[in-house]
Design a protein around this ligand. Structure first.
Ligand code: 13P
Length: 290
């Protein structure tokens, strides 16, 4: 299949009370692991790249790899740019076939943030591309972006309603106690806040920083209206562990197909687990009426 706008399947997930798993990828093997894992679960999937990954690999290279993967494995695949502060980079992503974008104007004063997001929405919708916005700030580190815990702020429900109406975004990422990266203690999610946002905003809601959040909390979040779950760190860790294990058992190994092959399989297992946790296995066939 060609890459598609994820709203078709995110809205279906919302209707059914399940979520779509979105995975951050960094190289060819992680792209393969995500799409292969999704195909084995018969689930639609979102592949995401941060601006840091795009600087590392190049937008055309990433887009070409994901397009090929979507053609080979017969499930709906969307390609999304995650936490992008740059209008210019978003335009380049769309020109290269991205079907979804997240504009991150969190550094800006509120009115400037709204104006930037609105400008992206107008341009992206013209191109048939979905837009994710974020209100509140998620702590932790992703890529070269670090938000100190003291600067992290939870989403205020009334502000979320205003932000959605003022910008015209399609999905809203909310801050309710998750963080990017590895947690120091067990994250405690503010479910009451999530429900209060859900009562005021009927857009699909997105949970960032889902790695390391206990399964029960993810399930509760989905029950209360989260329709997209973002996972990055929990793919990086098994990848690194599988490579380390390869070199521990054979320090002279020099065949990338061996250590990267093992890494790919380890990542794929986590992809399948997370898709099952989101209860979206089989959704690909349901969307097509198979
Ligand atoms: P984690 O690294 O905590 O999984 O966060 C992923 C994320 O939110 C990507 O935007």
């Amino acid at each position: 299949m060609s890459l598609i706008n994820p709203l078709s399947f995110i809205r279906k997930a919302q209707e059914k009370g399940v979520a779509i798993a979105a995975f951050n990828v960094h190289n060819m093997e992680t792209i393969q692991a995500v799409v292969e894992g999704a195909a084995e679960e018969r689930a639609p999937v979102i592949i995401q790249t941060t601006p840091g990954t795009l600087k590392h690999a190049g937008i055309p290279f990433v887009a070409a790899c994901v397009k090929e993967a979507a053609k080979i494995y017969d499930v709906p695949v969307a390609l999304h740019v995650d936490h992008c502060p740059s209008y210019k980079m978003i335009v380049q992503c769309i020109q290269n076939g991205y079907t979804s974008v997240m504009i991150d104007g969190a550094e800006l004063p509120y009115q400037e943030n709204v104006a930037l997001v609105k400008k992206v929405v107008e341009m992206a919708h013209f191109a048939g591309v979905a837009v994710e916005g974020e209100l509140g700030r998620i702590g932790g580190t992703e890529d070269d972006m670090t938000v100190d815990e003291r600067e992290a702020t939870f989403t205020v429900p009334e502000e979320a309603k205003d932000f959605v109406e003022a910008t015209g975004i399609d999905t809203l990422a909310i801050a309710i106690g998750t963080a990017h990266g590895v947690y120091k203690g067990e994250p405690k999610l503010d479910f009451e806040r999530l429900s209060a946002i859900r009562n005021l905003v009927d857009l699909p809601l997105v949970l960032h920083g889902a790695s390391g959040v206990p399964d029960d909390s993810i399930k509760e979040a989905v029950k209360r209206g989260i329709c997209k779950i973002n996972i990055a760190t929990e793919l990086k860790l098994p990848m690194a562990q599988a490579i380390q294990e390869c070199f521990r058992s054979n320090p002279k190994e020099n065949d990338p197909r061996k250590y990267m092959g093992a890494a790919k399989e380890a990542v794929k297992e986590v992809v399948r687990e997370k898709i099952r946790l989101c209860s979206c296995s089989g959704l690909a066939d349901e969307i097509r009426g198979v």
